[in-house]
Design a protein around this ligand. Sequence first.
Ligand code: ZN
Length: 622
Amino acid sequence: MLIKARPFPLNQIRLLSGTCYTLQDRNRIYLHTLDSDRLLHTFRRTAGLPSAAEQLGGWERPDIELRGHFMGHYLSACGQTYGSTGDELLKNKARALVAELGKCQKANGGGWLSAFPPEFMERLKERLPVWAPFYTLHKIMAGLLDMYVHCADEQALDILLAMAAWAERWADPLRDDEMQRILEVEYGGMSELLYNLHAVTGDPEHALLAHRFDQVRVLDPLAEGRDELKGEHANTQLAKLLGAARRYELFGEERSRRIVEFFWQQVALHRSYCTGGTSNQQRWRTGPDVLASELSATTQECCCTHNLLKLTRHAYGWSPQALYADFYERAFFNGILGTMNPADAMTTFYVPLESGYWKLFSLPFDSFWCCTGTGVESFAKLGDSIFFHDDHGLYVNLFVPARVHWPEKGLYVRQETRFPDDDRIDLEFQCDTPVALSLRVRVPYWATQGIEVRLNGESRKAAAEPASYWTIDRTWKTGDRLEVRLPMSVHAHPMPDDPTVQAFMYGPLVLAGALGNEGLTYEMMYADPVNARRGEGMRGDPIAVPDLVAPSDDPGDWIRPAGGPSVDASGAEVVAGSPLDLTKTAGGLDFRITGQPRPLSLVPLYRLFGQRYAVYWRVKRA
Ligand SMILES: [Zn+2]
């Protein structure tokens, strides 16, 4: 069996009260606020159908070549949100959009469906400049597939099948070398989508078409264990690897597995920051393990984190090691959760890692960046990687309050926790009849102080190395309760190529220096609504950040719990950008850097909004 650990379908997971639940809900409400006629405007115009709706801004403006991409993300996010929450109103809204898209496809002749005309595809063939038409088609096709998978929307599948037939007719006359040249232009996850479609239809034509989107120039070196990623656009490549992952899962082709595992190792372990994010100015500009020079306002595009986490789920499924789940947790907290401002559900394009910058958020109707699209998807499926399973057991991978339903075992498991504000998680069992099951709780790489376990109140032996699983085999019955404590500590995360440049972490959380809001205006914290293409750029400069003096090698000695409200560089109390409770740290996660010429506070990066921050510091030994 190729797949050794599987996630649960979204409709078998329910988030319980906590940060993830709140962010999922903010995202759900944002999806409701987007007007259907505005989303459809450019699709209708392109199909020659009337539309009087107000046009959307940003990358959805009618003169932007990527227009229509967000419709695809939107359908995916609505489908996933329905899976995650059962929101019938949102499902119905998305199904109505699908029906309207069906009218556009019919008006276009029955195959083509896009917010731009098919002439863009001719430009692709003729080597004329055009901005990633297959990337955009992929989003729409993936959105339709998600509506079929999560909402059983048969019409969405019909529209998708007609789009796939159109793509097949388009690609059929092209020689392989012509097709490979076309694949030099970003094409999103076309291969992944078509392999996924093949998994639904069983139609070999879909697998053959998918394979035409496997790019030899990128995949061949990876199969041979060569990292030739320097200079490449990061997210463009990540999407291609998801196709390779599905090819392995569907056809058992070992070469595709080698490609994915080598790529994952290079990107996750040698090209990622402490946050689990990757890319600078959207690219890998250096060789592996060269990152100290790669700190800027445009580090780690959020699309990359989204897609790298999707890839991590595949690799974990083939080989369920804590290594993968550890990475997932790190990128999940630092690279996903902290990219939404909980006050208004707006998300970021990047997570700046050059010290002295701040988080820049999208606008609700005037950004629609690529990362706005992956953003609404990320926050629609926050529960998808908490639990995994095989036939005999359950893996608990993320410490997030949630309930999983496992109907084949007649079992509900409820995880109650205030993690990371508290280091304790409780797992409660509810079983139709007693069920024999292996329970495997991840012992994170950061749990270097050991863990404590109590089963039904009784202490259990809990010898488990960091980055492994603590496993218990027994017959579980309703009312059983396992309590696990995972003590966290402060540790340094040095740059691989310059150990004097360090970030500090507490458990899986990247700690950010809270530098206050000197010179920051509201406008600087949100996108430029006028300049659609470059609206994602920072307006303003970073402030200078002091070097740190390390009194000892163990940062736990001199980075101490604050035990009170945070203070900024001037000593004033820090109030995070939003009045919402979850943006205020709970005290226990606030730290002070002692022994410095002026007071410095650290708070979890994922809870820091509306002020300047520093993740990496130049550290000098006292
Ligand atoms: Zn992006």
